[in-house]
Design a binder for this molecule. Structure first.
Ligand code: CO
Length: 497
């Protein structure tokens, strides 16, 4: 059992979480701060860490007494934690999307959310209103002079990386058409083809789906410019939240899922509530040759994939002609139905995320799949210098218990060469968000040399803590109190100074 930093005072033996503690994180972010110092409550901040931890997630969950139906419908709020000489300060801003600005003015939800949030006035007021609200809440990355707040169904919003002031919707120097979909999960190629680059995609879906695969320069004079661009169409509906890269391939997993838009059109459900797993469908790996790789220009390959539903992949690498990919599998698409309250969900009724490795043989059109760990997990990453290579170490958020579903309360490091693992735990009263690996100077040669940073919801004081762990052994380096309360969030990134 891992040591926890938030022990329950009344019953030290108890490790099981309390659902009110977990749901107490769902609150509106009330303040926007500029360079506010964080209060150190334990340890010291390693002075070698110099850069900014950017993090995105829903920050507005209630308006005028009405709650969003699902936290994923909450407006994007960017937090920038700047590490500077052993101190950390926070600047945070809501992304000034067109819709956020309008709703802020009227203090009402004026738009439907993809995950089921409805406007006032019942079904009639919602029927046939198919406008999508770009809530810019899923991920935040820096590309050149732009900080991009990402939301996969539309184009990114650009912000000033220092002040977090919203500049507006970005078409990435004319690359994107108006409102074009742009994934919230870019991958960063650390230099498999001389220079570093960002590889990402956009999907337009329907009975036939098209993936646009794009590579952008992330260094030198042409930073932010498009290096390659290809489009491939596939049969069937595709819900593609994430993908993985190797030097030669972009790898997608097309889940066996169907989309019935009728309840959405009729105002009964959000668009994402109309997704359902197809028990008779066959999921597919879609392998698209990268233009920078040795199969450039060749057609994509489609290979059968394991059953289950995947949002996130960990990493992928090539082993001669075979491709390995590690992914977090759910038994089914987890959805919060129109009658459910997301703050009262029964974790036992929802499928848990299980980390598995698939070995794909594109020549023989076969795959094998093995489980890496049975512990419920999410938000896994490798050292970014090893993206697309056979990485040995991974860090991720996990439930406290070794089996079954539960909220994310611990941070785990797995040695992928032997599946040995160690954990740091915030249970029973702390709840972790996505852990981010911060590479040290030595981390190019010594893969697990660095730190892990994450936000933790500290339900004892109803506030957010920022924790810094040693990435080798997960010992606590520092715990700091964040001056605002931040709900359970989505993705973030580390930008070195
Ligand atoms: Co994601």
């Amino acid at each position: 059992m891992a040591v926890s930093y938030l022990k329950r005072e009344t019953s030290p033996q108890q490790t099981i979480f309390n659902k009110e503690d977990w749901s107490s994180a769902y609150c509106n972010v009330e303040k926007e701060l500029d360079h506010a110092q964080l209060k150190l409550v334990k340890g010291s901040i390693p002075e070698q860490i110099s850069g900014t931890f950017y993090r995105n997630g829903p920050g507005r969950l209630e308006r005028g007494g009405r709650w969003v139906h699902h936290p994923f419908d909450g407006d994007g709020m960017i937090a920038a934690f700047k590490f500077d000489n052993g101190k950390i300060n926070l600047t945070n801003r809501f992304v000034r999307t067109k819709e956020w600005t309008e709703e802020e003015k009227s203090q009402k939800f004026l738009y439907r959310g993809v995950f089921g949030t409805q406007k006032e006035g019942g079904v009639l007021a919602n029927a046939f209103d198919v406008r999508l609200k770009n809530i810019a809440n899923t991920h935040v990355i820096k590309l050149g002079d732009d900080l991009l707040a990402l939301w996969e169904a539309s184009s990114p919003y650009s912000l000033n990386p220092n002040t977090l002031e919203t500049k507006g919707l970005s078409n990435l120097k004319g690359v994107l058409k108006k409102g074009e979909a742009f994934s919230a999960h870019p991958r960063f190629d650390p230099g498999h083809h001389q220079s570093q680059r960002m590889v990402t995609f956009g999907v337009s879906t329907g009975p036939k789906s098209t993936i646009r695969l794009m590579e952008f320069s992330t260094e030198g004079e042409n930073i932010g410019s498009l290096l390659s661009d290809r489009k491939d169409s596939f049969n069937g509906f595709a819900f593609l939240h994430d993908f993985a890269i190797t030097p030669n391939w972009a790898i997608f997993l097309q889940n066996a899922i169907s989309f019935n838009p009728l309840p959405f059109l009729l105002g009964q459900k959000g668009a994402a509530q109309c997704l359902a797993s197809k028990s008779d469908g066959t999921p597919k790996f879609l392998l698209i040759p990268r233009d920078s790789g040795k199969f450039a220009g060749q057609p994509p390959k489609s290979v059968d994939a394991p059953k289950g539903f995947v949002f996130h992949h960990l990493n992928a690498w090539e082993d001669n002609e075979k491709i390995n990919i590690e992914s977090i599998f759910y038994d089914d698409f987890p959805s919060i139905g129109p009658e459910d309250n997301f703050r009262e969900i029964d974790f036992d009724l929802l499928p848990e995320g299980i980390l598995k490795r698939s070995e794909i043989n594109p020549i023989e059109n076969t795959f094998t799949c093995s489980t890496i760990s049975n512990q419920c997990c999410e938000f896994a990453m490798v050292n970014p210098h090893f993206e697309g290579l056979k990485a040995r170490f991974s860090w991720m958020a996990t439930a406290e218990e070794k089996e079954g579903n539960g909220p994310l309360q611990a941070i785990k490091k797995i040695d992928l060469s032997n599946n040995k693992e160690i954990s740091w735990s915030a249970a029973p009263r702390g709840f972790v968000s996505e852990p981010i690996f911060i590479p040290s100077q030595e981390s190019k040669s010594e893969e697990d040399n660095g730190w892990v940073v994450a936000l933790v919801w500290n339900s004892i004081r109803s506030g957010t803590d920022l924790i810094i762990l040693d990435s080798k052994d997960l010992t606590e380096k520092a715990i700091l109190e964040v001056p605002i309360s931040i709900p359970h969030g989505l993705h973030g990134s580390w930008v070195e100074n």
